[in-house]
Structure formats: C-alpha cells, structure tokens
Write a protein that binds this ligand. Structure first.
Ligand code: 3PG
Ligand code: MG
Length: 373
C-alpha cells in the first residue's frame, strides 16, 4: 500500500495565499467545443475548498498533444470559458504542452510555474503517470498536497488492489494485448477471473488455435497469451464473435472465423456470459470497450457489459478513456460507483501500485517533515 498522501488540510492556513493547481483538463473537443466536461467538473470540489479557505487559485493543465509548441487547435480558451462558468475567479494558464519544458521536465519551466505561488495542489489524476514538469516539479520547492479528486482516485484504485470484496472480476477490452499485458499480469494477482473482449481477444483466440480471419492480431504476443491462459486464474474469452465479411455483411460467428472476416464485437452469447460474471461479482473493474461501439453494428457487446455494470450490486469501477466514453454514450455513467478520470493512469496505478505524481507529493511531505514545517 502506498504511504498516505499529503492532504489539503496540511496546507492551512491558506488565507490570502496563492495556490498553483495542476488539473487534468484534457477534455474531448470537437472543433473547439467541449463534448464532455467531466474532467473539469471533477476538479470542482478541490477548487471550491481552496477558495473557501481564502486561497487564490491559478490552475494549469495540458490539452491534447501539441508537441512543445503553440497550436491554436489546443488552446485552453474553451476550457477557460467553461471553468469561468463552473468556478468563477480561477486563473487558468495556457496549455502547458505549448512549452517543450513541460514534457521535458525542464527546471527552468518549473521555476516559471512556481514563481509567485505559495503552495501546490495536484488534482490531475489522469496525468499522474507522467513525470512532467508541472507534476513532479512544484513539489520540490512548494508545500504540496493532493486534491480531493486525486485522493479519491487513489483510494478507490488501490482499494481494488489491496482489499477487494470477492469475487473480484476484471473485464478488459481495447485493441492491443501489448498495451495491457502488464496490467493483466498485475490484475491476475488479485482478481478471481478476467473476461477479455475487444480487439485484443483475437490474439488470445488465435493462441488457442482458432482461425481469426482478418481480425486484429499481434503475432509477437501469442506466447504471452498462452502463458496467461495456462495460469491458475480463469481467463474468460468470447465464445462467439460479431464479424464483418468482405462483402459488407455483418453476422455472428463462433470462435473460428472464415478467411477475410474481421471480428469487431463479442457475440451475444459471450456478452451474456460476461454480464453474468459482472452480475455475480462483488467487485468489478472494467476497462476497454468490447467492440467497435462507435459503430452501432458493433456496439451490442459493449452495451450489454455496460448495462450489467449498471445493474450489478457489485462495487463497480470503470477505467477512464473509451470505456468511460461508452458508459456516458449509453447514459449509464451515474449508475456505476466510480468512473476514473484517468485512462493510462488508472491502469498504471493498478499495475504498479504507485505513480510519479504520487511519489512527488510524498517526497514533498517527507521533506517538510524533516524541516519541521
Ligand atoms: C489522458 O487523457 O490520458 C491524460 O490527460 C494524459 O494525457 P496524455 O496521454 O496525452 O499524457
Ligand atoms: Mg492517454
């Protein structure tokens, strides 16, 4: 278990103080319009607390991946506008990644960020796996604390790792086995079973000797899949698949796909089986869609799993990114216990039990304790 993080109360008194707040306002945009403000709303408890305790808040975030130079497409202007509606009186710096010093963790860029600030609060859970300047830099010099969102995310996700109610089932999807192998290994240490759908299930099916037609396939992961399938914990794979044939027909197949057919969703039998696992569990972690849910023809598997997440009595946690977007699309986001604001960060925390952003805060706390603050 990761040692406790410093909390907002540790920064008191804050009356008249200036606080630099690192948030993850990396929101989805469509032509300059915010399509989901979840990550902005998620930072409000921390912002409100800071303001109620008399602090002036300067917030900062990255937005997209602008590669170290200004790019109008990734301007913070839409975020600034929404933030002003939700939390008046907060200043917001321009996109941190417009400066190469952010991703390069450049001390000169850190110095610019902390100038004139009295304290630092990290509430950017979604970026806590990045050892970037605004994440790991300010805690080296400023009194620092975790915001409410960061704290809550860490409590929930480490709770899954350390004391889940059983049975604990993980449902994983997404395109690539290679992206998820570390987290699958880590989850297999703590779960009672894993169900695997999404693009990555086809490499597993191939590892069992099934022909997979034109489906996604990572030849270099077949041995890893065999190793995972031979382990002591059950790894549940689809028993049927929805595929797209070269002539454009969509049909349900078993696990052996004809030449040219591309598997793009789990089939109805598999979706029902995965839903049963979710309904019978007492803890469920779900990350990654079961199919190409953006296309209605391949959305049923993901929708069935999402509905089971909403219906089960289990404690339900959804990793950020595509699975959170799917839940929101289906109108079910309020029906699960915790939707993480972090995609990569939630997986990395489950895998490794710690993140660079958390370490930086604990080091700041240790330093403060040594100097007797
Ligand atoms: C995310 O959306 O995953 C976080 O904001 C981190 O962004 P990044 O993957 O571009 O570092
Ligand atoms: Mg990411």
């Amino acid at each position: 278990m990761t040692a406790e993080l410093p909390v907002l109360e540790d920064l008191l008194p804050l009356d008249g103080k200036r606080v630099l707040l690192r948030a993850d306002f990396n929101v989805p945009l469509d032509g300059g319009r915010i399509t989901d403000d979840f990550r902005i709303r998620a930072a409000l408890p921390t912002i409100t607390w800071l303001q109620e305790h008399g602090a002036h808040v300067t917030a900062c975030s990255h937005l997209g991946r602008p590669k170290g130079k200004p790019d109008a497409k990734y301007s913070m202007a839409p975020v600034r506008e929404r933030l002003a509606e939700l939390a008046p009186g907060v200043d917001l710096l321009e996109n941190l990644r417009f400066d190469p010093g952010e991703e390069g963790n450049d001390p000169a860029f850190v110095a610019k960020l902390v100038e004139g600030q009295d304290a630092y609060v990290d509430d950017a859970f979604g970026a806590a796996h990045r050892a970037h300047a605004s994440i790991v830099g300010p805690p080296r010099t400023l009194p620092s604390a975790a915001g409410r969102l960061l704290q809550q995310e860490v409590d929930v996700l480490l709770g899954l790792r350390n004391h889940p109610k059983r049975p604990f089932i993980a449902v994983l999807g997404g395109a690539k086995v290679s992206d998820k192998i570390g987290v699958i290994d880590a989850l297999l240490q703590v779960v009672d079973g894993i169900a695997i759908g999404g693009g990555m299930c086809f490499t597993f099916l191939a590892a069992q000797g099934n022909p997979i037609g034109d489906s996604l396939f990572e030849a270099d992961q077949v041995d890893q899949c065999r190793r995972l399938l031979a382990g002591s914990k059950p790894v549940h794979l689809p028993e049927d698949v929805v595929g797209l044939a070269p002539d454009g027909t969509v049909a349900t197949y078993g696990t052996r796909l004809p030449d040219g057919v591309k598997g793009l969703d789990i089939g109805p039998g598999s979706a029902a089986a995965f839903a049963d696992l979710v309904l019978d569990a007492r803890t469920v972690f779900w990350n990654g869609p079961m199919g190409l849910f953006e296309d209605e023809r391949f959305a049923a598997g993901t929708r069935t799993v999402a509905q089971a997440m909403a219906d089960t009595k289990a404690f339900t946690v959804v990793g950020g990114g595509d699975s959170a977007a799917a839940l929101a699309d289906f109108g079910l986001a309020d029906d699960v216990d915790h939707v993480s604001t972090g995609g990569g960060a939630s997986l990395e925390l489950l895998e490794l039990g710690d993140l660079p952003g958390l370490r930086a805060l604990r080091e700041a706390q240790a330093r403060a304790a040594r100097s007797g603050r």
